[in-house]
Structure formats: structure tokens, C-alpha cells
Design a protein around this ligand. Structure first.
Ligand code: UT7
Length: 328
């Protein structure tokens, strides 16, 4: 238990693409997308870059926290869809906001935000930081094949950030898991042109660099783990799920959230749903929901907030936070 969230911020692209717009060039329709996923529209980059969104989300979180860029000890970005292989997106954010601290990326796919909290917790516990900025920034529209209706309708672009300060009750619980499976959701990096590499280009095969996913398998993994991980959290912390004020889940499919709510007997009014207008923004989903709750004034000091993310890896991340933004 080492930190508290001091402030949140987010930034979405100006352009929001509706289901009807997609059906103009794909064999899909609003009814299928809405009933199978809960998505009505998704934010998609047009003139903005991921760097713009990440930096803007960071500035807003710093402003909300009352912290300057110079006061940061680390910047951790979570992303699986950065526009560069190197440098890390966190380095770009560091430059854009005028910070001077170390900055690095974490790729925990859609659970990346919880993985970043895990790393931050370690840095706080080791006494190596007073303030850490976590920025989750994803340009999923770059990874999606826009001719593949099974993939492109599901994703969106955006960034969300939180400033963490040392001291506080959080995390009351944090657990990350990985069940190594590099196939079920994957996206290859571009092949190089090494004349010696006998597998690189061939490996890309028909997939190219676009995201590939076996959706039904991921669906089952998500529903199974949302239930088992939250039950484990309840058992290990002694905090009943009925005492948790807000559930912030990864927004991959409204049906996954609904199945978790039903199987765990959760009060749906305590479960935030943004997927209708954000779609799946990978690791940015959870902090984006936190920022939505914070800006709607829905988070009261002392509130218990449970986070659950899952995704490519296959990974999960579960965390229980106490909301105490006023703590200095
Ligand atoms: O954050 C990363 C983690 N990703 C996820 O969590 C995704 C988890 N999986 C899912 O959310 C769901 O499996 C999907 C939304 C991806 C797919 O929904 P589904 O109910 O599992 O559909 P399905 O893949 O079983 O496909 C059913 C049918 C197929 O047609 P046939 O074979 O039955 O004729 C698909 O070709 O729906 C078809 N289909 C579509 N039809 C209209 C797939 N995509 C579309 C579409 N519009 N966009």
C-alpha cells in the first residue's frame, strides 16, 4: 500500500465514427455491432497523432493533480499500438510536457494500466519516487485491418493519464497474471530487410502486421477470469464485492461486462460502461473510465474502486484502490 491517485486526465480524437459509417464500406450493420458488442461509435485519429493525445492527457492529469512536470520522478506509458518501435512513447511525452525524469513504456496489452500500477507500486515501496505519471495511449486504428469487419469495428483511439503520489492506501490489492499464448491475439512487427533472416518475412504470412484475434476464445477467457479474479480478490482482501463502490473493467465487449456482472451478482449501477462511445481503446480503457468518473464527480474520498483488465498475452490485471485524491 504505497500510493494514491492525485489527478486524472484524458484526450480523445475529435472524430467519432458511427456504426452506420462503417456499414458504408464493410459488410456490417449497426444492429450486429450494437447487440454483439455494445459499441455505437469509436474515436479515431484523423489529424491528431498518438503523441498529441498522450501529451494532452498527461497535461490534464498534471493540472488536476496540481503537480508540475518538473516534480515527476518517473513517466510510465502503457501502449501496444505506439507509432514508433523506439523510442518509447513515454520519452515522447516527457519531451512534450517538459519533464526531465526517466520515462519508459510497459506493454501489458489491455491490462497495461494495472501492470503499470504494479511497477509504480514497486518504485514507491522502494522509496525511489514521490510522483509518477502513468499515461495509457493507444492508436488501435493503426493495428486494425479496416477491411476486416471482425476486428476494425471493435477498436478506438485515445489516451488517459493518472498522476500517482507516494503515500496512501492504494493498492489494497494488486495481482497480475500471464498465461503465455502468443497466438490467440497477436500483431507482428514489420519485417526488416536482413538478407540473412530466413523467417521474418515468411512469418508475416497472410497476417501482415494487422491484429489477428480468435474472438470467441478471448471472450471465454475474459468471462472466466473476470469472475475468478474478482472472487480471489474478495477472498484475499476480505472486502466483499458488495462493498466496492465502483467497478472499472476493460471495455472490450459489453456482453463480457454483463456476464461478469450477472455471475458475480454485482450492482450494475456500480459498473462504469463507456464502450458505447469509446469502443476498445486497449490499455487506455481503465484510466479513461477513471477520468470519466472523476470528472463526473462520482468518486468520493474513501470510495473503493476495483479495476479489472485482460488482453493479449494472455494477461489479466486486478486491482483494488481507495479513492483519496485530496491526500497530500
Ligand atoms: O481487448 C482485446 C480483447 N478482445 C476481446 O475481448 C474480444 C472478445 N471477443 C468478442 O468480443 C467477440 O467474440 C467478438 C465481438 C469479437 C465477436 O462476437 P461473436 O458473437 O463471438 O461472433 P463470432 O466471431 O462468433 O461471429 C459470428 C458471426 C460470423 O458469421 P458466421 O460465420 O456465423 O456466418 C462472423 O463472420 O458474425 C460475423 N461477424 C460479423 N457480422 C456483421 C463478425 N463480425 C461482424 C460484423 N458485422 N462486424
Amino acid at each position: 500500500m504505497s500510493f494514491h491517485i492525485m489527478g486524472t486526465g484524458s484526450a480523445l480524437p475529435r472524430r467519432s465514427v458511427t456504426n452506420d459509417e462503417l456499414s458504408a464500406f464493410l459488410e456490417t450493420d449497426d444492429e450486429w455491432i450494437t447487440t454483439r458488442t455494445g459499441i455505437k461509435s469509436r474515436p479515431v485519429c484523423t489529424t491528431e497523432t498518438l503523441d498529441d493525445l498522450a501529451a494532452e492527457a498527461a497535461r490534464r492529469a498534471l493540472e488536476a493533480a496540481g503537480v508540475t512536470a518538473a516534480e515527476l520522478d518517473y513517466i510510465i506509458c502503457t501502449t501496444c499500438s505506439a507509432e514508433r518501435v523506439t523510442p518509447a512513447e513515454a520519452c515522447v511525452v516527457q519531451q512534450a510536457i517538459g519533464a526531465t525524469c526517466p520515462a519508459f513504456d510497459v506493454n501489458g496489452a489491455c491490462a497495461g494500466y494495472v501492470f503499470a500500477l504494479d511497477v509504480a507500486d514497486g518504485l514507491f515501496c522502494a522509496g525511489r519516487a514521490e510522483r509518477i505519471l502513468v499515461v495509457s495511449a493507444e492508436k488501435m486504428s493503426r493495428m486494425a485491418d479496416w477491411t476486416d469487419r471482425a476486428i476494425c469495428v471493435l477498436f478506438g483511439d485515445g489516451a488517459a493519464a493518472t498522476v500517482l503520489g507516494r503515500g496512501g492506501d492504494s493498492p489494497l490489492y494488486l495481482r497480475t497474471t500471464t498465461e503465455g499464448d502468443a497466438d490467440v491475439i497477436h500483431s507482428w512487427a514489420p519485417a526488416g530487410n536482413s538478407p540473412f533472416d530466413e523467417v521474418g518475412a515468411a512469418r508475416l504470412g497472410e497476417d501482415g502486421t494487422f491484429m489477428q484475434m480468435r474472438g470467441r476464445e478471448v471472450f471465454k477467457f475474459a468471462v472466466t477470469h473476470i469472475v475468478s479474479e474478482l472472487q480471489l480478490m474478495e477472498k484475499r482482501t476480505g472486502v466483499a464485492l458488495s462493498d466496492v463502490d465502483h467497478f472499472v473493467f476493460h471495455q472490450a465487449n459489453k456482453r463480457i461486462i454483463d456476464a461478469g456482472v450477472e455471475r458475480l451478482g454485482l450492482d450494475p449501477s456500480r459498473v462504469i460502461v463507456t464502450i458505447d462511445h469509446t469502443a476498445n481503446v486497449s490499455s487506455a480503457c481503465i484510466p479513461l473510465s477513471l477520468d470519466t468518473l472523476a470528472r463526473d464527480d462520482a468518486l468520493k474520498p474513501g470510495d473503493l474502486v476495483a479495476l479489472f483488465g485482460f488482453g493479449s498475452g494472455l494477461v489479466t490485471g486486478t486491482c483494488l484502490l481507495r479513492w483519496q485524491p485530496a491526500l497530500a
